[in-house]
Design a binder for this molecule. Structure first.
Ligand code: A2P
Length: 259
C-alpha cells in the first residue's frame, strides 16, 4: 500500500533535468481515473503542518500505473523551493480529482492536431502523445516545444525518444507523431520563438508541411500567458474557434502551471 496517510503518497523516483527542472513519479492511487492532458493539485506540508498545494499537469498517459510530474523550480516559490528536495520514499500530497481543458473532448475531430508548448507547458502533451485515442482521432500530431536553452528540452526529448522506441507506444505513434523543438537563447537546429517561425513560414518549410488551417486542423496551446495569447491570436486570425470541455472547438489553451 503506497498511501502513507490521507492524501499522502510515496514518491517512487526523482529525475533532475537541469538546474531548475526536475520530474518525479508517484504510484498511481488505486481507483484514480483521469483523462490524458488533465491536471490535479499536489503539494507538501509546510513547517506548521499546513498544506501548500499547486496545480500540476499529469505527464503520464491515462493508462499508466505511475503518475509523473514535471516541475520548474521557482525562486522563493512556496511549494517548489520545498519540492525540489523531495526524494524517493518521501510522501507527497495528491488530491485525486483531476480536471483541465487540454483533453480530447474539448476539440473537434480533424486531420492534424498541433500541440504548441513552451517550458513546462510540455507536461500535458507528454500525457496526450502517449494516449492511443489521440491517434484514432487525428492522422498527424505535430508537437512543438520551445525553451530558452537546449538543456531545457531534455525532458521532452526523452519522452519523444520513448514514443519512438517503446514497442507498445511506437505501434500507434509511428509515422504520425512529429516533434519540433526550438530554442530562443542558445543555438540549436531551429532558433527562435515558434510564433515567429509560424509567421515567417520557416516552421512549415522545416517540416515540409502545409500551413495550419481551421478547416482541417486543430490545436492545443500550453505555456506562459503571453505565449498562449500570442498563439491564440494567430489562430483567431485564421478563423479558429476556441473550445471548452463542454463545447468542443478548433483549439484550446491552458496556462502552464508554476509553483
Ligand atoms: P524568449 O526567450 O524569446 O522569451 P519562459 O522561460 O520565459 O517561460 O519562456 C519559455 C520559452 O517561451 C522561451 O523560449 C521564450 O522565448 C518563449 N516565449 C515566451 N513568451 C513567448 C511568446 N509570447 N511567444 C512565443 N514564445 C514565447
Amino acid at each position: 500500500m503506497k498511501q502513507m496517510n490521507k492524501n499522502l503518497y510515496k514518491v517512487l523516483s526523482v529525475t533532475k533535468w537541469a538546474e531548475n527542472l526536475f520530474s518525479f513519479k508517484v504510484k498511481r492511487p488505486s481507483n484514480f481515473k483521469f483523462k490524458s492532458g488533465e491536471f490535479l493539485m499536489i503539494g507538501l506540508y509546510d513547517d506548521n503542518k499546513k498544506p501548500i498545494l499547486r496545480a500540476y499537469s499529469i505527464c503520464s498517459p491515462n493508462w499508466s500505473e505511475e503518475l509523473e510530474f514535471y516541475s520548474i523550480i521557482v525562486k522563493n516559490g512556496p511549494l517548489t523551493s520545498k519540492l525540489k528536495n523531495i526524494k524517493e520514499n518521501d510522501g507527497i500530497i495528491l488530491m485525486t480529482k483531476s480536471t483541465g481543458t487540454l483533453i480530447l473532448d474539448s476539440i473537434k475531430a480533424g486531420e492534424r492536431l498541433f500541440l504548441f508548448s513552451t517550458g513546462t507547458g510540455f507536461a500535458p502533451f507528454a500525457s496526450l502523445i502517449r494516449d492511443p485515442e489521440l491517434y484514432e482521432k487525428f492522422d498527424k500530431i505535430i508537437l512543438t516545444h520551445t525553451c530558452r536553452n537546449k538543456i531545457e528540452l531534455a525532458y521532452s526529448s526523452q519522452i519523444i525518444e520513448e514514443c519512438n522506441t517503446n514497442e507498445l507506444i511506437k505501434e500507434f505513434t509511428q509515422d504520425k507523431l512529429t516533434y519540433y523543438q526550438t530554442t530562443t537563447r542558445e543555438d540549436t537546429a531551429y532558433i527562435g520563438r515558434i510564433t515567429d517561425r509560424i509567421m515567417n513560414n520557416s516552421f512549415y518549410q522545416d517540416l515540409s508541411i502545409k500551413k495550419i488551417d481551421s478547416k482541417n486542423d486543430r490545436a492545443m496551446i500550453c505555456g506562459s500567458n503571453e505565449f498562449n495569447n500570442d498563439l491564440k491570436n494567430i489562430l483567431l486570425d485564421l478563423n479558429f474557434e476556441e473550445g471548452a470541455t463542454n463545447k468542443p472547438g478548433d483549439f484550446v489553451l491552458e496556462k502552464a502551471f508554476v509553483g
